[in-house]
Design a protein around this ligand. Sequence first.
Ligand code: UDP
Length: 238
Amino acid sequence: MSLVYEGKAKRLFTTEDPNELLMEFKDDATAFNGAKKESFAQKGALNKRLSLHLYELLERDSVATHFVRDDTENTLIVKRVEIIPIEVVIRNVVAGSLVKRTGLAEGHKLRQPIIECYYKSDELGDPMINDEHIRELALARGDEMEKIKRAALKINRTLTNFFAKAGLTLVDFKLEFGRLYPNRHNIVLADEISPDTCRLWDTETGKKLDKDRFRQDLGDLVEGYSEVLTRVENALAS
Ligand code: UDP
């Protein structure tokens, strides 16, 4: 088993199958492009379980993902993909950088979901880009971007409805997509979906249960993630 990639919150290793990788969820949390960093016992295992439930939910709704099967406490087996270097953010409620960009108040409900694209480049600080920048940089073809945006909106519908059952508001979230090996024709959802990459608020009280607890020092991160997991598992069981 050799390390293929190490990110801020995940590691990917080779397996015996050349088209599959082992994805390990780390306990590390980072914010502000890595400037703030801390490790939290159990975060990796919580995110693994949450991601697993969400992949299964999406697959049942016919969304193609890189998920293959469950593995250990903090690992999953995933298909090998060529990651498209675009972070796709979907927003339902105003928060974070959208407050700064629009002047709209945090918590303002958007009339329709907003999709934004960011260029995945640590060197450049992940700048926001549009379809024309994507075309110029040849990050993805036009038909691939159409598929990605359609998939992103479908994922948003599935997750928003599901989290509502769990008493949670899906404020916004970040997705990454990849081209499936070996032929790289099919685009699938890659990377995790977890409270590291979503904003989730308690629908009743507005309490933040996601990584903003760490970014904004709002309280125990693991406590928030555990509450999300408990509610998700209760909603799945009901
Ligand atoms: N996000 C992420 N990784 C990033 C940037 C953003 O997972 O590198 C997620 C973030 O958790 C939030 C959404 O994308 O759910 C929108 O983030 P925003 O643009 O508001 O940026 P931030 O406030 O995190 O700087």
